[in-house]
Design a protein around this ligand. Sequence first.
Ligand code: UD1
Ligand code: MG
Length: 455
Amino acid sequence: MLAIAILAAGKGTRMKSSLPKVLQELAGLSLIERVLKTCEGLKPDRTIVIIGHESNKVKSKINHLSNVEFVRQIPQKGTGHAIQQLIPTLDQFKGELLILNGDVPLLTTTTIKKLVANHYKTNADVSILSARMNDPKGYGRIFSDNNGKVSKIIEDRDCSEIEKKNKLTNAGVYCFSWQKLKQILPSLSNQNEQQEIYLTDAIEKLAKAVHLEASSADETTGINDKQQLSTCEQLLQNKLINFWMREGVQFIKPLTCTISETCKFGTDVVIEPETHIRGRTIIGDNCTIGPNSFIQDSTIGKNTCIFYSVVRDSVIGKATNIGPYSHIRPGSNINNECKIGNFVEVKNSILGKGTKANHLSYLGDATIGEKVNIGAGTITANFDGKNKNKTKIGNYSSTGSNSVLIAPVEIGKNATVGAGSTITEEVPNNSLAISRAKQIIKENWSQEKKNPTNL
Ligand code: UD1
Ligand code: MG
């Protein structure tokens, strides 16, 4: 039997953030979600998350996951104290307890599987995942003999200057025999610099403690502050972007781009420099995105080009051109072969196939048919001060430059709105609507009114 306990109750003081540490995000996923994802592949019999600081926030982030149990640790008096809280819950449990720190998010399932396998093989009371770090500052140091037998772990802040030179660090991942750990848990004390009950003090109380070195020290990076968060973000970005490059995506300047774990890309996609693709975005085959673009939670069809633009929570069709400097806001659905040009903002609107809005427009809460031409400077005036109202434009219609369509309003099919018009009433199919003051010419007006010597 294998139970997993994830330590996620701490405040994360060094993070200096109002967000609990385990809810900080890396490539779009919180630290706790990452650790839980790694655990899925281990097929544990039980998974327990220990929560405490802002426990409701942490719980609600992961509550939807089935088979996760929660145990509260209030107040938080250290990692050993956290595990002491499991004694009632695991009273009847017989087997191994795998403990993971909630702030070590880059671990792979393979590494943990190796630790568990080594634990069974060596028949140890506890197996600890270790790493040899060039800069071990901040990590607990593992003291072991050449056969991998561990005598003790000393926290960085409790180490002497000589002990600090030891580069073998504790990754914060342990596989314990629960029967053995349960017996010694109540005897852990808080005689250390922080006056906390340390889980690491359990090691020297057990007869057989062994360690297994992780193949990559990067994987065991713990996150205690924003600098470490940033280091891990960079490691993860490299990993994700390298993965997609191997899948046929071309990143012109990968180090200037960021993507989320949940993004998906087709083949022959080109990502130009300074481009950021976030959330549950899907980019179809042969798209070119960027330079300087930001796309979040959107689906982009094949052969589409997005150039110097922002797209959020929207669906863009195939062979559509967006940009430069377009802003596609949430709820937009722009069909195939459309063209959205410079300084055009689209919000919560549907644009039919082949429709064009090339310059300087705002299209909000609009349903626009196929092959419509939106003239430069067309504005849907959707807000009356209280409500957002709808504009409808039928297939093959066009609006002249500087048209204001005051919603709610409907323009029929194949209709034309004259340039400079303010439209407040329905425009029937096939008609022309012009609403602007007639031009008046007063000939020789300048000579009569003005003294030419003042010109
Ligand atoms: C811990 C280890 C250290 C190891 C490092 C690896 C201890 C005493 N030290 O140090 O040896 O090298 O991790 O990253 O374990 N937590 C609780 N309740 C508490 C305190 C902490 O649930 O009362 C949780 C935190 O939310 C965090 C994890 O335990 O997810 C580790 O706590 P943290 O304070 O980050 O320990 P480190 O100083 O990093
Ligand atoms: Mg830590």
